[in-house]
Design a protein around this ligand. Structure first.
Ligand code: DOR
Length: 431
């Protein structure tokens, strides 16, 4: 079982590498990285003109399994991940039943192992049922295999419960990932509050709905010493507060999604329900602040918040549609187009935010192509151009506002533990 990836531009931020190198994979592990490798017994993958990088890690996806199979399953969600260049995903617990007990954690791990496409790491609930009322058995969840805690989809509104959650999470070495949104300030809003909402006649969600929760989480993270990760940062005020907290040494990290660094609330014109997300698409000033946060390291991670919904659920009036858009199969070309071709980040910095950083926050032994590491690899063709076509997604969710966008820079091969799981946009395992 040998695979030789030849002639590519190897970008391995964990090891400070950006240059022309061959990579030899043996028995699922990286066995050599060198300028020129010959091995006649190995299967050769020609990567000339392509980028070879550690397999991407998406620390924020919704696989909808168990219980919501009309939206996605572990099989279809991990196939979508492989198609998008991801070799590992961490999945959020707002399933049916939710991931608030050991049995559900085991189910996800077992089912992902059987699907056998990419690695799946469950995130457990902070509170029972994700309802914000009573803490889960955090030690039991950790023992069963969760890599972090979150009530994503919902914030943990009660600050006393969040304080206790942080104290326990810290004891068990887990990060808390918070969906920051004050439901009282959200007050039934469906898009960003401001000129566009007024123009479209839709109820707005103020920046403050996110920011009061970010502020509270920073204060509690500082008080408890627990590592806290702010999910899908969408406002300039959040970026500013996270930057300031980091400068004082608070254990806080943050992520941004491709949709928040690409789109603004202007995308809601036309009432396409694929643009309805939580937190909402914000103003240009907020989008620019998110970009600045990505550049100066305030925002550590790029994560998709892949949130598939069934067609019939989204084909309703804007007010009634569920929040979320799919992201796994458009993340790389959006990063390429917006961040790299847009001269915001280098490929190396963008890849770091999709490999080393999520691995660090979740404590995963991934995100590096050092000798002896798991051979989880993505090959990206930075010159490839293609039009986003949701009908060709492996995800069951077709809810993307990027339909018809022509983008440049696509993943062309995904390798998990030395096994090719996607080549030329075709997922080879699990379907
Ligand atoms: O838009 C969103 N959809 N944001 C979230 O945080 C949750 C997600 C979902 O579960 O659909």
């Amino acid at each position: 079982m040998k695979l030789l990836i030849r002639g590519g531009r190897l970008i391995d931020p964990a090891n400070g590498i950006d240059g022309q190198y061959d990579v030899l994979v043996e028995n699922g592990l990286i066995s050599r990285v060198s300028e020129r490798i010959s091995d006649e017994t190995a299967e050769v993958l020609d990567a000339e003109g392509k980028i070879v990088a550690p397999g991407l890690i998406d620390m924020h996806v919704h696989l909808r399994d168990p219980g919501l199979h009309h939206k996605e399953t572990i099989e279809t969600g991990t196939a979508a991940a492989a198609a998008g260049g991801f070799t590992a995903v961490a999945c959020m617990p707002n399933t049916v039943p939710p991931v608030d007990n050991r049995a559900v954690v085991r189910y996800i791990i077992e089912r992902a192992r059987n699907a056998g496409i990419v690695k799946v790491y469950p995130i457990g609930n902070v509170t029972k049922g994700g309802e914000g009322g009573e803490l889960t058995e955090i030690g039991e969840l950790k023992e069963a295999g969760v890599v972090a805690l979150s009530d994503d989809g919902n914030p943990v509104v009660n600050s006393e419960i969040m304080r206790r959650a942080m104290e326990y999470a810290k004891m068990f070495g887990l990060t808390i990932i918070d969906h920051c949104e004050d439901p009282y300030l959200k007050a039934g809003g469906v898009m960003n509050e401001g000129y566009m909402a007024t123009l479209l006649g839709l109820r707005g969600i103020p920046d403050a709905a996110e920011e009061v929760m970010v502020a509270r989480d920073i204060i509690l993270a500082e008080m408890t010493g627990c590592p806290v990760h702010i999910a899908h940062v969408s406002t300039a005020g959040s970026v500013r507060m996270i930057r300031e907290a980091k400068s004082r040494g608070v254990r806080i990290t943050a992520e941004a999604t491709p949709h928040h660094f690409t789109l603004t609330d202007k995308a809601v014109v036309g009432y396409d329900t694929a643009t309805k997300v939580s937190p909402p698409l914000r103003s240009e000033k907020d989008r620019e602040a998110v970009l600045e946060g990505l550049v100066d390291g305030t925002i550590d991670v790029i994560a998709t918040d892949h949130a598939p919904h069934a067609r019939e659920e989204k084909e309703v009036e804007y007010d009634y549609a569920p929040c979320g858009m799919v992201g796994l199969e458009t993340a790389v070309p959006l990063v390429a187009e917006q961040l790299v071709n847009g001269n915001i980040l280098s490929w190396s910095d963008a890849i770091r935010k999709m490999t080393v950083e999520p691995a660090r926050i979740l404590n995963l032994p991934l995100g590096t192509l050092g000798t002896g590491a798991h051979a989880d690899i993505v090959i990206i063709d930075p010159e490839m151009e293609a039009v986003v076509d949701p009908d060709r997604f492996y995800s069951k969710g077709k809810n993307t506002p990027f339909k018809g966008w022509k983008l440049k820079g696509w993943p062309v091969c995904t390798i998990v533990d030395g096994r090719i799981v996607m080549k030329d946009k075709r997922v080879l395992a699990g379907r």
